[in-house]
Structure formats: structure tokens, C-alpha cells
Design a protein around this ligand. Structure first.
Ligand SMILES: [Zn+2]
Length: 339
């Protein structure tokens, strides 16, 4: 599965680069046609390299590098002149430079780390999106911090209802601060993972998507799974011995989002798998920091009871428990439209 997707992605990248080259050639030609001085400069540069190439071919081996450095010297000042002329003409000094979607791999799909060539995170993320995230985190254009609106949250505290001295608005502001800290300190091993509790419609998924959007911008990989789908898929995968990619990816992705823990039908296998996932991701395998966000409608007491002390103690020691409370935002938004 992954191989087919990978091939498809790399083909797209290749096309993207070809398209960029064509765009540059077109822009260049249009500029030259409109500005004969630019064409002259380009011709001059081309002629110098042609002349020197002939010289190099005719020269003795020990003289060749001297000739090449002469050529570089001579063309350098012309190229400088040309670039400042282009800048003057276009006001955009990068017009004839390739534009890349990914600054890390320059749209090649590969980066070199420690002398070894490996897949860029942008490709890994694309594979995750196609294989797992699908519609789940496709909403990041809308669900990010710039669309975060505190006014949706009531500013009236209600101790009896919410069991807190804070208003929902104060609470969500504090949550936002914690989310920011999580993003900023993502690579810090002492920064805790997050567990969002609270009933549906209080903004847990929205907050999770905001965090995912920021981390994706920083080149981190994000894998989103609902607990029911994740835990069932792991069991399916175990029976289908050819494929172990899902578990590998779950264990190694930079940010794993387990949404809606507690919505699955629980059994001992699933609890064991959940423990493995939570525990392994805490161990910073390959000296790589990974973080996890879990959301649940369950209370902490219920989490403790359902997933056993073993799982709960890993959560309690390494996760920041954050409780969402307030009115159901989805109902509120509907009300606003009806008003
Ligand atoms: Zn890349």
C-alpha cells in the first residue's frame, strides 16, 4: 500500500519540479524578449562558458583548473550584473528562482541526514494523510489558531455546573496557553503529552487540529486516528502478517493523535495495545522525541477503571490532563445561525 502511494507522490513531485523549470524558462524568455539588454547579458555569459570550455579541452590537464577559475571570475561579475538588472526589472529577485513547496527537500522528497539519504517528512506526512488521516485532519485551513474565537465560549462561571471557579472562556484561554507551550517545547523531553477530557462539542477536536496545523508547518509528521479505528486496525494488521506499517507508523510518528478514547468496545488485547503505544512512545526510541494527544469523553475515574492502573499510571505521570467544559459549541453555533 505505502509503496504505491510513495511512487505516486514522488511522481507528483517530479512533475512539480518540471513545471517549475518550465515556468522559469517562460518567464526568462518573456523578460529577454522585452529587454534586449538582458538577452545580451545572457548571450555573453553563454559565450564565455563556451569559449572557456573549448580552451579547457585544448589545454593540458594541469592547466585546466586554472582556466576554469578564470572563467568563474569572468562570469561572476556578469551574473551579478544580470541579477541586479532582473531585480530592477521585476522587483522580484526570486522570479527566476525555483519555488518549492517544501523548504527541507526542495520538492525532491529526500533529505540527507547524517550522511544518509532519507524520505523527507513532507512525503511521510502525505503518506499518512492518504493512508490514515483522510478526512480527519483535512480541515486545518479552518481549524487553526488564527480562527480561534474566544467569544464562542461563555464568560460566566458556573461552579455548580462546571465544577470550576473559572468561566469556560477563562478555561479555554488557559488551555490555549498550554497548547502553545506544547507546540513551542515539542522537542523538549520534559514537556508533557496532552490528554483532553470533556464531553462532545467543547472544542477538543478543534484544539487538537490547531496544534496539528502548527506542528505540520514546522515539518513534523502527524498521524490522526480515532481510538476505535486505530485499535481495530492494529488487530486486523496482526492477522495479516505481511503488513506491519500501521503499528510502526503509530510508534514513530512525531505527533500521534488518538481521538475519542473510550468510543471503542474495549477488550484485553486493545488495552495491551494501548499500553504498548503509550509506553513505547514515552521511551524516545532512536533518540527521537515523539508526543501524543489523547482526547476522550470519559472522566479520569472512568479512564482509570476501564484501562487499568497500568495504563493510567503511565498517563498520570507523563500527560497533562486538561478538562474542557462549557456549553456545546456546535449547538451554540446552530443557535446563532437561527437567531
Ligand atoms: Zn520535503
Amino acid at each position: 500500500m505505502d509503496k504505491v502511494i510513495l511512487k505516486q507522490i514522488l511522481t507528483e513531485y517530479n512533475q512539480k519540479r518540471i513545471y517549475e523549470e518550465e515556468r522559469i524558462q517562460k518567464e526568462k524568455k518573456a523578460l529577454e524578449d522585452a529587454n534586449p539588454k538582458l538577452k545580451e547579458l545572457n548571450d555573453k555569459i553563454a559565450k564565455i562558458s563556451l569559449d572557456y570550455s573549448k580552451k579547457v579541452l585544448a589545454a593540458k590537464k594541469e592547466e585546466q583548473s586554472k582556466i576554469l577559475s578564470e572563467m568563474k571570475k569572468e562570469t561572476a561579475s556578469l551574473i551579478k550584473e544580470k541579477n541586479s538588472y532582473i531585480k530592477e526589472l521585476t522587483k522580484d529577485s526570486n522570479l527566476l528562482q525555483p519555488r518549492y513547496d517544501c523548504k527541507y527537500c526542495k520538492d525532491t522528497g529526500y533529505v540527507t541526514k547524517g550522511g544518509k539519504e532519507e524520505l523527507c517528512t513532507c512525503v511521510k506526512q502525505k503518506i499518512f494523510n492518504i493512508s490514515y488521516n483522510k478526512s480527519n485532519i483535512g480541515n486545518l485551513d479552518k481549524e487553526n489558531f488564527s480562527n480561534f474565537d474566544l467569544r464562542f465560549f461563555s464568560d460566566k462561571p458556573n461552579k455548580e455546573l462546571y465544577n470550576s471557579d473559572y468561566s469556560p472562556r477563562e478555561n479555554i484561554s488557559l488551555i490555549r496557553e498550554k497548547a502553545m507551550s506544547f507546540i513551542e517545547n515539542f522537542d523538549d523531553p520534559t514537556e508533557k503529552n496532552l490528554m483532553f477530557t470533556g464531553s462532545t462539542g467543547l472544542g477538543k477536536t478543534f484544539m487538537t487540529n490547531c496544534i496539528a496545523a502548527e506542528l505540520l508547518k514546522e515539518g513534523k509528521t502527524v498521524l490522526y486516528q480515532t481510538a476505535p479505528v486505530m485499535l481495530d486496525s492494529i488487530i486486523d494488521e496482526r492477522f495479516n502478517k505481511n503488513s506491519t506499517t500501521l503499528m510502526d507508523n503509530i510508534l514513530s510518528v512525531d505527533l500521534l493523535i488518538i481521538d475519542d478514547l473510550g468510543a471503542e468496545t474495549v477488550n484485553d488485547y486493545k488495552i495491551t495495545d494501548l499500553f504498548t503505544i503509550i509506553n513505547t512512545r514515552l521511551l524516545n526510541q532512536n533518540h527521537k522525541i515523539t508526543k501524543t494527544i489523547i482526547t476522550t469523553n470519559l472522566t479520569l475515574d472512568e479512564v482509570h477503571k476501564i484501562y487499568t492502573q497500568k495504563v493510567f499510571s503511565r498517563l498520570a505521570g507523563n500527560y497533562r490532563f486538561i478538562r474542557f467544559f462549557g456549553e456545546d459549541l456546535r449547538l451554540k453555533k446552530v443557535k446563532k445561525i437561527e437567531e
